[in-house]
Design a protein around this ligand. Structure first.
Ligand code: ZN
Length: 313
């Protein structure tokens, strides 16, 4: 078997943040539990933002607490600022995903700060985390949005991505996630950006977050795999988008990504059939949800043997 890949479900945050209908807390928790039971190792369950800003996340507390009761699951949440970090620490979440945009305009729209101000905020967040007792400190992940293009500014320079990646790591990021927030990337660009980032940030794990807006999501995953990336964000049924990125659409479809990786011989630890079955919970809970997914539509190829069984045979 090829090396392990760590998948991270982001649909509850990236997908639900733009969905107009509130998903009931018990439905969110049922989704989290079912996907964790399929073998998903990490789920970004919510975002610690003011409920007035995004009412979908007004139940961030109970969703986090419920998810933390699931044994073996890494529970993460998005934070835009220090207040979000405080909330996450109080709740005992495992990982905080801080987000800033590489492009100035998107960062101003999303968090009303310049990227440089966002790096300064990140230093304060790391200081807050380090002031906590060792036990139960959350892992802090630095996220770089619009790293492969911006719907306001167009192309984003590789040197800018590298600059902020290095600054976040120097400030104390234990992980990075490099995101194509608006789905502008192509595989050649992915290779250029990830190689440049990996060359500068050393041993810090780097995850990739792609949107399938222009149909290149899985191709971009392959390009990132070629660079040695082993952590990927994706969302069930390809949910996703950004409230401040006009024209952005969903993330890479998690089921299709799992199938591709399994077919290529990578170990994701996720049971494909169980994962696809989780879609039924979503469509029952939110009938107005637009769901994508080729594996769910077409099914597994006849006689398909999953990677773990091919290896055992
Ligand atoms: Zn996204």
């Amino acid at each position: 078997m090829r090396q392990n890949i760590t998948l991270r479900e982001v649909g509850l945050r990236d997908g639900l943040q733009i969905h107009p209908t509130f998903m009931q807390t018990h439905d969110k928790l049922a989704w989290i539990a079912a996907e964790a039971a399929s073998g998903m190792p990490e789920i970004e369950v919510t975002s610690y933002v003011p409920p007035k800003l995004i009412p979908q996340f007004s139940d961030a507390g109970p969703v986090t607490e419920g998810a933390l009761r699931i044994a073996g699951l890494t529970v993460s949440a998005l934070i835009p600022n220090l207040r979000g970090a405080q909330r996450g620490i109080e709740l005992g979440v495992h990982k905080l995903n801080y987000v800033m945009s590489v492009s100035h305009t998107h960062n101003m729209k999303n968090v009303r700060r310049s990227p440089q101000e966002s790096v300064a905020d990140f230093r304060d967040i790391v200081a807050l985390i380090r002031s906590q007792p060792d036990q139960g400190r959350p892992v802090i992940c630095g996220g770089l949005s619009t790293a492969l293009g911006c719907s306001y500014e167009g192309r984003v320079a590789v040197s800018q991505v590298v600059k902020y990646a290095v600054q976040l790591v120097e400030a104390g990021a234990q992980e990075l996630v490099v995101a194509d927030t608006v789905g502008y990337a192509d595989p050649e660009q992915v290779r250029a950006v990830f190689k440049a980032v990996l060359a500068e940030v050393g041993s810090v794990p780097v995850a990739a977050h792609f949107h399938d807006t222009r149909g290149l999501g899985l191709a971009n995953v392959c390009a990132a795999l070629d660079c040695g990336i082993t952590m990927f964000d994706a969302s069930l049924a390809g949910l996703g988008g950004c409230p401040f990125a006009p024209g952005a659409s969903g993330n890479v479809v998690m089921e299709d990504l799992c199938f591709m990786l399994d077919a290529m011989g990578y170990d994701t630890g996720v049971d494909l059939q169980k994962l696809v079955a989780v879609r039924a919970l979503l469509s029952q809970a939110l009938p107005d949800l637009s769901m994508q997914g080729a594996l769910a539509r077409a099914g597994l190829p006849r006689g398909y043997v999953v990677a773990a069984e091919r290896q055992a045979a």
